[in-house]
Design a binder for this molecule. Structure first.
Ligand SMILES: [Zn+2]
Length: 233
């Protein structure tokens, strides 16, 4: 077996370790993919990130075929389907962080209770209906909930975040989990005020003008080659 895309594999391992450090990942439940050549790389199934080496990452084609020492993540369909359908992104991150998952087990997305929701590409972060892990049905639900967005929750499951780069996807995952935490606390005081769509559109324009969410300003080494880091949809 030829191990290709060595620097991208290394950057993916580093991103997975950062998912552990930031609390985004719980145990071996998270997974990560990045577009590579005419297919993509995806983290292997059931291997703790602190034991994962670059060569453990699985190279897959969009037909679902792979050649690897390891089996791909059980959620490889989400990674494949998003990367196939969304040329605007090159990285898919999935995890079960505590506060996003707490909302998802109630089937609740995150409305525009805070202007930072705009970072995910719209005036809400939707929650997809529940489906069994690893199924095509779950992938279909995720793709629909991600329409026009860079993040969604998965009912009774966790979150999916997209990015132009590994760095952008990780940063957005941290932001979404922070928003979920803030929203859960806000709900404990009653019903928070929801910002209107025109205000979120104004915020989104301002974020783009300021380069918000644009990770190109620092450490481009963790970006996938050839990506541009514009957050715009
Ligand atoms: Zn999962």
């Amino acid at each position: 077996m030829t191990v290709t895309h060595r620097s991208l594999r290394r950057a993916m391992v580093d991103t997975c370790l950062a998912m552990n450090r930031s609390g985004i990942n719980q145990g071996a439940s998270g997974n990560l993919s990045a577009r590579a050549g005419d297919g993509f790389l995806v983290t292997p199934s059931g291997l703790p990130y602190d034991e994962m080496r670059p060569r453990d990452i699985v190279a897959m084609g969009f037909d679902g075929r792979y050649e690897s020492l390891r089996r791909p993540s059980s959620e490889w369909r989400i990674h494949r389907d998003v990367l196939a359908a969304r040329p605007d992104v090159d990285v898919v991150l999935h995890a079960h962080p505590t506060f996003a998952t707490a909302l998802a087990v109630h089937g609740r997305g995150i409305p525009a209770f805070h202007y930072m929701v705009a970072l995910a590409g719209g005036d809400s972060i939707r929650c997809a209906p529940y489906a069994t892990f690893g199924t095509q049905e779950l992938s279909d639900h995720a793709l629909e909930a991600l329409e026009g967005r860079l993040a969604c929750l998965l009912g009774n499951h966790g979150m999916v975040v997209l990015g132009r780069s590994l760095k952008a996807a990780l940063a957005l995952a941290v932001e979404v989990e922070a928003l979920a935490r803030q929203y859960v606390y806000a709900l404990s005081l009653g019903s928070p005020t929801i910002l209107p769509p025109d205000e979120i559109a104004r915020v989104a324009r301002k974020m783009r003008a300021m380069g918000y969410g644009d990770p190109s300003a620092s450490t481009p080494s963790s970006s996938v080659e050839g990506m541009n880091n514009d957050m715009e949809q």
